[in-house]
Design a protein around this ligand. Structure first.
Ligand SMILES: Nc1ncnc2c1ncn2[C@@H]1O[C@H](COP(=O)(O)OP(=O)(O)OP(=O)(O)O)[C@@H](O)[C@H]1O
Length: 249
């Protein structure tokens, strides 16, 4: 459903990514692993055109259900609703829990009060946060714990009804209990969504990902050096860059 074709990214004269190709299948968890600075976040950001906002030049293509996301006339807000993103650090706006959930959804469509109520409850339930916050939806979101804030960000992403969720090291800022909560959600959301998960946590990649791609640096440029099932990549691929990465984890 999501086809990355010969993707390259440049920042001015500097080449960050070269010739990255892979296909993400509907309702799989596709893991991306690799060393720091290899270009994993940049790759993820190209997949919903967040790279537009940082002046990076993208070549190649990302095709969603047969259409290029870079085609002229693409509604970028609608694209980012279909291909949502969860970041490493929760991005919380200084408003209420309720308004944080509705932030993206209200930009996309006109919503009645009843639509808003339904959307807030559905999204918070899907993100396993409803029971903890249902009595204080108007309270400041900043007062939630970091783990709750990350689930609130997931609720905000789910509120726009995405098909694909891009997750950029979504548990690296969390304690073990909150990490477990997000991992449980990934397991549940794969039934209904397609997930691309960047992680440095190889246990997490083994437990959650159906397939993984290893993005490493070769000739000074980030490239997809190997891919396959977790076991094919982590247990059966002999590659200097991969061995060095796995050793350091
Ligand atoms: N907007 C930008 N302008 C210039 N260079 C950038 C930009 N964004 C990223 N880079 C550079 O691209 C390289 C890849 O960065 P990126 O964050 O994608 O790596 P990563 O694999 O996600 O790293 P980490 O695992 O540490 O998060 C880095 O050297 C970074 O400095």
């Amino acid at each position: 459903m999501l086809d990355v074709r010969e993707l390259g990214v440049r920042a001015g004269a500097r080449e960050l990514l070269r010739g990255v190709s892979f296909e993400v299948v509907r309702h799989e968890v596709f893991g991306i692993i690799g060393p720091s600075g290899g270009g994993k976040s940049t790759l993820l950001r190209a997949m919903n055109r967040l790279t537009d906002l940082t002046g990076l030049k993208v070549t190649g293509d990302v095709v969603l259900h047969g259409s290029s996301i870079f085609a002229s006339g693409t509604d970028v807000d609608a694209l980012r609703a279909r291909v949502g993103m969860l970041f490493q650090q929760p991005v919380i706006f200084p408003t209420s829990i309720r308004e944080n959930v509705l932030f993206g959804a209200k930009r996309l469509r006109r919503m009645s009060r009843a639509d808003e109520e339904a959307c807030v409850e559905r999204s918070l339930r899907e993100a396993s946060l409803w029971e903890e916050v249902k009595d204080r939806l108007k309270a400041p979101a900043m007062k939630l714990s970091v783990g709750q804030q990350q689930r609130l960000c997931l609720a905000r992403t789910l509120a726009t009804e995405p098909e694909v969720i891009l997750m950029d090291e979504p548990t690296s800022a969390l304690d073990p209990r909150s990490t477990e909560a997000i991992e449980g959600l990934v397991r549940r959301l794969r039934e209904t969504h397609t997930i691309v998960l960047v992680t440095h946590n190889l246990r997490q990649a083994r437990e959650l990902a159906d397939r993984v791609a290893f993005v490493g640096v070769r000739d000074g440029v980030g490239q997809l050096l190997c891919g396959g099932t977790v076991s094919e990549v982590l247990d059966n691929t002999r590659l200097t860059e991969l061995d060095e990465y796995v050793c350091c984890q």
